[in-house]
Design a binder for this molecule. Structure first.
Ligand code: 5GP
Length: 214
């Protein structure tokens, strides 16, 4: 990252259809580049096989989740397929002030709430190149029942309407995860150079230029 420009971390939302490969893309982004932090959400969903507490999610009961809402400990939350999911506030705010770009891998209702609360957040939508690939990936993943897969595909159809509200699209083509990861990295690097994120730098140059011209 260009350390003369914007030092504050960028709050980044990454959404995408279930089965779009967001998880793999995010994992690779963390491995490949430094300066990113991936927020771990709280959920009332039961852990899948191989999912670990505090790594994939913080698994909590509905009562515990409601307590977090009352304490205003979540920056956003949403209900998805009968379960609650939410983003813990503390970690996100700490990382942003440390200058890390924080990635929230969340669904669309949450994305909308983040956009309203943090207008300078960057919203990226990860998608396969076509819908058939999505269906195949969900079936091959083998972690959901046929009924759950049908539910997720129906949800994807509904969600496709809201893609237009995102800032960027990152296409995750079959066998091209690296390309998708690099594209997301490029988007964020570019965002750090945005004029609206660099008013202090601009002010300094103006002052220096003013003095130099005296
Ligand atoms: P899954 O059950 O497949 O892990 O996640 C289901 C959906 O919930 C995914 O689209 C995922 O991105 C989203 N999700 C995960 N964590 C959060 C969160 O903290 N807030 C919101 N709004 N959505 C989340």
């Amino acid at each position: 990252m260009n350390d003369i420009l914007n030092q504050r971390g960028i709050l980044t939302v990454v959404s995408g259809f279930s089965g779009a490969g967001k998880g793999t893309v995010m994992k690779r982004l963390m491995e490949k580049y430094s300066g990113y932090a991936l927020s771990v959400s709280v959920t009332t969903r039961a852990p899948r096989e191989n999912e670990e507490e505090g790594i994939h999610y913080f698994f909590r009961s509905r009562e515990e989740f409601q307590q977090l809402i009352r304490e205003d400990a979540l920056i956003e939350f949403a209900e998805y397929q009968g379960n609650y999911y939410g983003t813990p506030r503390r970690y996100v705010e700490d990382c942003l002030s440390e200058g890390k770009d924080v990635i929230l891998e969340i669904e669309m209702q949450g994305a909308e709430k983040v956009r309203a609360k943090y207008p300078d957040a960057v919203l990226i939508f990860v998608t396969p190149e076509n819908f058939d690939q999505l269906r195949k990936r969900l079936v091959n993943r083998g972690t959901e029942t046929a009924e759950q897969i049908a539910g997720r595909l129906k949800r994807a159809a509904e969600e496709s309407v809201y893609m237009k509200d995102y800032d960027y699209i990152a296409v995750n083509m079959d066998g091209a995860v690296e390309e998708c990861v690099d594209r997301i990295h490029d988007i964020l690097q570019c965002e750090h150079t945005r004029i609206s994120r660099n008013s202090e730098f601009i002010e300094r140059i103006r002052e220096e230029a003013g003095k130099g011209a005296e």
